[in-house]
Write a protein that binds this ligand. Structure first.
Ligand code: GDP
Length: 432
């Protein structure tokens, strides 16, 4: 889906605008500054066209970190979005921070529209005149809170937003898209450098004056892969506050554009909540998943035993994901990434013919009927695979199936068809 990013200083009404566009109270307007929201990408729809909405404003810095934080938002938007809405508070007017960010946005060549928010009525219209000075063209006056002007704005967005994400357009037979994810210092840059070949990558400490390539095509053992948002991997966040938020913003935005994610772990450190959160983001995105354990060259026997136990405990819910133990430093087993990625994408792409799926269901329900609940026994009448990437099934039933029974069906599906490296979705339609 094409990606629309919303950028702007704190309190200009980004979350209110997100809510208004989504038509529900999804983004939750923050009253307490500095609160981190978990979710930053949403699925929006206008006039029958779907798009991904990225709310970059989930973390609101205090005054000292303001410029850096807004610049970080703009950076993510420029790298990963197909179009940008830059929001200002019409009543407050443009500030020097706004001007700075506008320079970044204009340099990106992406369509940017200027939204003058808090124009609740005629009276505030007058304020929008001076916003022409930002050089983003005509300001679009809206009231995110009351809805005024938002329909016109969305019509305009539909005009400028490409039908398909330009940055993520899958070329038929082209390289498949990989997001390389993981906490800071797990070795993402090292792995990328090793895979790309040392001489291709110049590590530089001069901060973002020249734009790094957003994606990179990298050949590993004869096959080319497109690593998305490598700019985000190479570029260090210089934020003292909010770095976590921007890291997860990049992770989610990169996942939007990827088909398969490699989550990298550092085997010298215990698996942490932050690691698990990244894995869960992949699950939520419905992308294929590979787990890679890096710095294997530093592993001793004792740590290795702990690691196995941690994996069993903390990663049980993704036991279906292929695992690769490697070392970005020595290059050990780097080539094993390829079969792992291929297996995960195969699982992700799988389609089961309806006949075979129903034969499976018939056999399963004959051997293990749903337990009787309140005198009734829900039956599965029929099922079909509604989609792939990830494999998504629909079961037509005579009543609600227990979550437990649904999980059982999922487990059996995996036993039979493998679905290596991919989440699967089983939905239900109850026919009365
Ligand atoms: P990133 O933040 O995930 O991109 O992590 P980096 O690639 O910058 O790596 C963080 C640190 O771990 C650096 O000092 C690397 O040299 C080191 N490192 C990365 N991979 C390996 C590995 O396989 N073995 C060892 N021994 N060190 C590694």
């Amino acid at each position: 889906l094409p990606v629309l990013a919303i950028v702007g200083r704190p309190n200009v009404g980004k979350s209110a605008l997100v809510n208004r566009i989504l038509g529900r109270r999804a983004a939750v307007v923050q009253d307490t500054p500095g609160v981190t929201r978990d979710r930053v990408t949403y699925r929006g729809e206008w006039e029958g066209r779907a798009f991904t909405l990225v709310d970059t404003g989930g973390w609101e810095p205090d005054a000292s970190g303001l410029d850096a934080a807004v610049a970080a938002q703009a950076e993510v938007a420029v790298d990963l979005a197909d179009a940008v809405l830059f929001v200002v508070d019409a009543v407050v007017g443009a500030t020097s921070t706004d001007e700075q960010v506008v320079r970044m946005l204009r340099g990106s060549g992406k369509p940017v529209r200027l939204v003058a928010n808090k124009v609740d009525g005629e009276r505030q219209e007058a304020y929008t005149g001076e916003l022409w000075g930002l050089g983003l063209g005509e300001p679009w006056p809206v009231s995110a809170l009351h809805g005024r002007g938002v329909a016109d704005l969305l019509d305009e967005v539909m005009r400028v937003l490409p039908k398909e994400s330009a940055v993520a357009k899958p070329e038929l037979g082209g390289p498949r898209r990989v997001a390389l994810l993981g906490r800071p210092n797990v070795g993402k840059s090292s792995l990328l450098n090793k895979a790309a070949g040392e001489e291709r990558v110049v590590v530089s400490d001069t901060a973002g004056t020249t734009r790094d390539p957003v994606d990179e095509q990298i050949e590993i053992k004869g096959r080319t892969w497109r690593f998305v948002d490598t700019a985000g991997i190479r570029r260090r966040t210089h934020l003292s506050q909010g770095a976590d938020f921007y890291a997860s913003l990049r992770t989610q935005a990169a996942l939007e554009r990827a088909e398969v994610a490699v989550v990298l772990f550092d085997v010298t450190e215990p698996i942490s909540e932050a690691d698990i959160r990244i894995v869960d983001m992949v699950l939520e995105s419905g992308r294929a998943l590979v787990l890679a354990f890096n710095k294997w060259d530093l592993l001793d026997d004792e740590r290795r035993r702990y690691l196995e136990r941690e994996i069993e405990q903390d990663l049980a819910h993704v036991a279906w994901a292929p695992r690769v133990n490697l070392s970005a430093r020595t290059g050990r087993h780097l080539e094993r990434l390829v079969p792992a990625l291929e297996a995960a994408l195969d699982g992700w792409d799988t389609r089961i013919p309806t006949g075979r799926f129903n034969a499976f269901l018939a056999e399963l329900t004959a051997a293990h009927p749903h337990p009787v609940r309140g005198g009734k026994q829900p039956r599965i009448l029929f099922g079909t695979q509604a989609g792939s990437r990830p494999p998504t099934f629909v079961l037509f039933t005579t009543g609600f199936l227990d979550p437990q029974y649904r999980r059982f069906v999922q487990r059996r599906l995996r036993d039979l068809y493998g679905f290596v490296g991919t989440p699967i979705v089983v939905n239900m339609r109850v026919r009365e």
